[in-house]
Design a protein around this ligand. Structure first.
Ligand SMILES: NC(=O)c1ccc[n+]([C@@H]2O[C@H](COP(=O)([O-])OP(=O)(O)OC[C@H]3O[C@@H](n4cnc5c(N)ncnc54)[C@H](OP(=O)(O)O)[C@@H]3O)[C@@H](O)[C@H]2O)c1
Length: 340
């Protein structure tokens, strides 16, 4: 079977398609015939050994997101059966409960082989049913970006109808956050570097939009839009470069979900405000299998469809990564096996 893996030395040019023996599921395991994958920002730094020593030694199969059909099961598997369409869950070691070191031990495409293979064998608990109204490509977008947005807004953020949510940019996590926020009755303020993307995000349901490149004081603008008191939740993907404006935008007692550090990780921000205004700074690193299941129910109930920007073929991962890193995308960049 084909795998797309980093081999030899840690560098982007060493992502290659190779052959491996078809794995056989042992007791309690399932084999999934993968038909689609999705890319995440982390897949740009994984080939550079961006997550350090905790990563699996090379070769490492790329990507954390995928979807496919179970085509074989080992003895004792009762939760799923051959023919079920599933997504592998991001943290194979985090099924439920609060995060801890043991639960962060194994994520796909980092501490263990990822999903960009014709087949993957995992414990039966390591996969979840994909919502049936979605295509394989759409289902493949769920395990990382969508679960992250769900965990931030719902599991940790306890979003309520009528809340105001600010999303930063129009990447995978932020657009899922927009869709979940709207589904749960919230008002959404979206920011982007591009007016064309702002028009698209408005069409997707954002109530208000701000171009963060043209308006450096976007936090003040967002606060005013939110009636002067500030927004309830922020999906913070910028980090150091955006946190100061987020602190201007957030209401007293509001939640900033710190999800990414696209604009830097070391910063000098007025932390006194976090204290005196009782702001929750909540770190988020994806979520558990339980988060996936709760989210998948909501997606199925509301027939929500992920936003797909572009789909590449199995042999085009390098092109797909270049496209992702160019920042032109709006939503998810995906791979479809045997696309032609
Ligand atoms: N902690 C977790 O669990 C978790 C999970 C998934 C992702 N992440 C992290 O979250 C971040 C986003 O991931 P993703 O997969 O959604 O990435 P993505 O699809 O590549 O989206 C990146 C988008 O972020 C926006 N952006 C970039 N710099 C920005 C800035 N300074 N201010 C506001 N927006 C900015 C841009 O939107 P515009 O083009 O519209 O300006 C860009 O298109 C990454 O840092 C990633 O590592 C974390």
């Amino acid at each position: 079977m084909r795998v797309c893996q980093v081999e030899g030395e840690w560098k982007r040019e060493n992502i290659r398609i190779s052959e491996r023996t078809l794995p056989i599921p042992r007791d309690g395991q399932v084999r999934v015939k993968i038909s689609a994958n999705a890319l995440n920002y982390r897949d740009l730094i994984i080939p550079l050994r961006g997550y350090g020593k905790r990563m699996q030694e090379l070769p490492l199969v790329m990507l954390s997101d995928g979807a496919g059909i179970i085509d074989a099961v080992g003895r004792g598997v009762t939760q799923v059966q051959v023919g079920d369409r599933v997504c592998p869950v991001f943290y194979q070691s985090w099924l439920s409960g609060a995060p801890d070191n043991a639960r962060f031990r194994f994520s796909l495409g980092c501490e263990q082989d990822g999903t960009m293979a014709d087949y993957i064998v995992l414990p039966a608990d390591g996969v979840c049913a994909a919502p049936s109204h979605l295509t394989d490509v759409e289902a493949a977008t769920l395990p990382t970006a969508a679960v992250t947005a769900w965990r931030a807004l719902v599991t940790e953020g306890r979003i309520k109808p009528g809340d105001t949510v600010l999303i930063q940019g129009t990447g995978g996590v932020s657009l899922f956050a927009l869709q979940f926020a709207k589904l749960l009755g919230a008002r959404v303020i979206a920011t982007s570097s591009s007016d064309q993307k702002l028009a698209k995000v408005h069409a997707l349901g954002a109530d208000e939009t701000i171009n963060y490149r043209e308006n450096e004081q976007w936090g003040k603008v967002a606060r005013e839009i939110a009636g002067g008191t500030g927004v309830d939740h922020i999906i913070e993907v910028g980090g150091a470069g955006t946190l100061e404006q987020s602190l201007r935008a957030i209401r007293t007692g509001g939640t900033i979900s710190l999800i990414g550090v696209l604009a830097g990780s070391d910063c000098n921000v007025p932390l006194g405000q976090v204290v005196t205004r009782h702001i929750k700074l909540q770190g988020i690193t994806v979520g558990s299998r339980d988060d996936f299941e709760a989210m998948a129910k909501a997606i199925a109930q509301h027939k929500l469809r992920p936003v797909i920007d572009r789909v590449f073929d199995f042999g085009e991962l390098g092109m797909a990564l270049d496209y992702l890193s160019s920042g032109q995308h709006f939503g998810k960049v995906c791979i479809q096996h045997d696309k032609a």
